[in-house]
Design a protein around this ligand. Sequence first.
Ligand code: KIV
Length: 273
Amino acid sequence: MSVAKVDDNRKVTTRRLMEMKQRGEKISMLTAYDYSMAKLIDQAGMDVILVGDSASNVMAGNVTTLPITLDQMIYHGKSVVKAVQRALVVVDLPFGTYQGNSKEALASAIRVMKETHADCIKLEGGLEVRESIERILCAGIPIMGHLGLTPQSINKFGTYSVRAREEAEAQKLIEDAHLLEEIGCFSLVLEKIPAALAARVASELAIPVIGIGAGGGVDGQVLVMHDMLGINQGFSPRFLRRYANLGDEITEAVQAYIRDVKSQDFPNEKEQY
Ligand code: KIV
């Protein structure tokens, strides 16, 4: 398979994402949590790399995103930033590090920026976390918002099904999206909401709106790397397109290695000193 050619090797910035929206160029975004994968993803030409708190699920094996700590996110963020030359790197603020009060939120965001050297942070929620967002923005730290299915609130929702199908929830989401833009977020993720609602939000906002399970009417798409590469095989929602089946390939490669070790086929004469 040929690797996408990226003709523009300049570092992606928040400003460049805005320009991409203005000229109708779709934004590509994918998660990464470690140096080696981040390097491959960056070299392939990804616009935005998200060090998502989905690391809690796919790296640490937790059922939800809630247990991951700020120290763990910083560890993943540092590893990714070291590998990336072109993509904009976004690090998620984990659950419990920004909802309590705005000073704590600023302290968490400053730790992420100082210790990882990432370009910006992402956090979940609208009006409820307004004060935290404003304080972080005042310190010059760019914020990507996240509305719709916000996994850090899974215990309130009780389900990972599509959000904002009902009029009242859709209305609140629209208001929150406008609020995030007004107070200065540079972009917004919309997760698992009806495509028509997501398209409406993207058309009403000037900032780029990136969707996951939110249809094609938004300004870009984000997926979790382990899902789209077929490493996380137990997860197959309708919105997920699998671009590889690495889970099967890894299992086959590991089994071949075990066979070769047991049969003494590995190492052969050329593979020793
Ligand atoms: O943590 C994550 O991977 C995310 C994406 C699902 C947008 O927030």
